[in-house]
Design a protein around this ligand. Sequence first.
Ligand code: ATP
Ligand code: MG
Length: 359
Amino acid sequence: MRKIALVNQKGGCGKTTTAINLASFLASEDKKVLLIDLDPQGHVKVGLSAKVDHTEKTIYEALLGEIPISEAIQTIDDNLDVVLSDVVLSAFEQVMAGGHEREYKLAQSLADIENNYDYLIIDSPPSVGLLTFNGLVAAEEVIIPVDPSFFSLHGLEKLLETIQIIKERVYHQLYIKILPTNIDRRTNFCKGVVESLRDRFSENCFETIINTSTKLREAASLGKAITDYEKNCAGYRDYQNLAIEILIEETEMKDRGFTIGSLLEAEGLLKSLVEREIVFRLEAPESAMVKIAGDFNKWVPESLDFTESQGRPLWHKTISLRQGSYEYKYMVDDLWTPDPLNDKTVEDSYGGVNSIISI
Ligand SMILES: Nc1ncnc2c1ncn2[C@@H]1O[C@H](COP(=O)(O)OP(=O)(O)OP(=O)(O)O)[C@@H](O)[C@H]1O
Ligand SMILES: [Mg+2]
């Protein structure tokens, strides 16, 4: 599954419009798409109000772990599913304050449905808080819509700084692309903005430009994607082109034997040179299942393998880790426990301790 987050802390630059219309075009190209709204403004619900069920569960309950995310999914077209949000989601940051693994909640909740979709599209709020963080941790690709204003370009530099920090914190690569939006080609100012974006970001800028289109605004006000409203307009052509550009990327990668995943791995080749293989071992003879979770796997528990070593039952898993310090714990059957072979621990937020390993 390709996981794409729409991110920009500047409001009104076209995140939701892009999320809805890109999701809709990808679905019409026979891709199975899940669109998730991480914005408490709930604009995906508004922008698709003609099709969605307003009484369904929202992403909030799934992020808190009250329900599996599958219970919040609603199907609105042959290939298009959505998970909505509403204003209650604005409590998430406060409810999670100081909470363990709080940036990983979306990534963790997606584990069950990972294989059900070709594309995940995540709409984010206009801020770089915990919700956007959750989107970026769950995603592998980021589209940054940039509308032509001084404030957008200013915000962009700040956003790139934020993404850099996140990359360092979450230990994964994010493939970033800039999308010029709301462009009025008749003005020199807009032309200048597009040129400077292309100069600054070259191949990290989409070929496609989203022009200003009254039909896009009308479609949104009627609660419809442009695919369900008007084919003969710039907004329809532009978002169709964007979807095609994204699909071509996928085909080119496949032709060259690449997937986004392996491209990210290639990017991380250098990183791997400084990685070490660490074998985690645990003796737990009576147990039916042992898993490990930590900073290195976003706290999503992974099973250990079982072998008999010199007549002793041993659970083990080899994990590649680069330089740094990592907290982790075992899950023995359903019980969390620190590593009995490691006396280095730190307190977790639940009154227990996590083991800590430094490479
Ligand atoms: N290409 C476009 N042409 C005309 N209007 C557009 C275009 N893109 C977006 N709009 C309109 O601009 C407004 C803001 O767009 P949108 O909601 O997509 O931005 P956003 O980045 O999601 O905003 P927020 O940060 O508040 O979530 C909406 O009214 C939308 O219909
Ligand atoms: Mg929005």
